[in-house]
Write a protein that binds this ligand. Structure first.
Ligand code: GDP
Ligand code: MG
Length: 163
């Protein structure tokens, strides 16, 4: 069984852009992924000898009345349950938000292995904005640019390492 990586994060941080970077297929053939729920975007990727499955948890629309937990309950929760590792995507330009804390607490409660990716970090000086993301208390933060394809190999390597 290939390891499964779920991409989690608030809307607009670049999850789908990262998904496209990490997969050859934009919208993978679901038949390849027997046993996984079908209402999300699955893709397959390969780095070196290592093949993996990625789940893009995009698609949920934020709704002020329902709060982040309810939104996440729909797609993200199941994706996270299916995943061996979570890539928690953050926006290096926007910085930390309340929703990021909610997601961090949620992931911490589940005890899932997660890797923090500060996206949109192209052209930013090393460490400039990243230090605040350490406040989430989920360990190392990796600067990436999904749009420019920077830091993606390293990120995937780190995500797959413990698997
Ligand atoms: P999602 O809602 O988390 O799936 O985010 P999307 O992948 O749809 O991206 C949201 C917006 O951020 C789009 O306008 C993307 O073009 C932009 N974006 C994604 N990755 C990057 C990046 O690495 N750098 C910059 N500057 N913009 C990005
Ligand atoms: Mg998306």
């Amino acid at each position: 069984m290939k390891p499964v990586i779920a991409l989690v994060g608030r809307p607009n941080v670049g999850k789908s852009t990262l998904f496209n970077r990490m997969t050859k297929t934009r919208d993978a053939i679901v038949a390849d992924f027997a046993g996984l729920t079908r209402d999300r975007h699955y893709g397959s990727g390969k780095q070196g000898q290592h093949e993996y499955i990625v789940i893009d948890t995009g698609g949920f629309e934020p709704d002020a009345s329902s709060g982040i937990y309810r939104e996440m309950a729909r797609q993200t929760q199941q994706a996270v349950a299916e995943a061996d590792v979570v890539i928690f995507v953050l926006d290096a330009r926007a910085g930390l938000s309340g929703q990021d804390y909610d997601i961090a607490n949620y992931l911490r409660r589940l005890g899932k292995t997660c890797v923090l990716a500060a996206n949109k970090a192209e052209g930013m000086r090393e460490g400039t904005q990243l230090s605040e993301f350490y406040e989430l208390g989920l360990g190392e933060v990796y600067a990436v640019s999904a749009a420019h394809g920077q830091g993606i190999r390293g990120l995937v390597e780190i995500a797959l390492e413990p698997l």
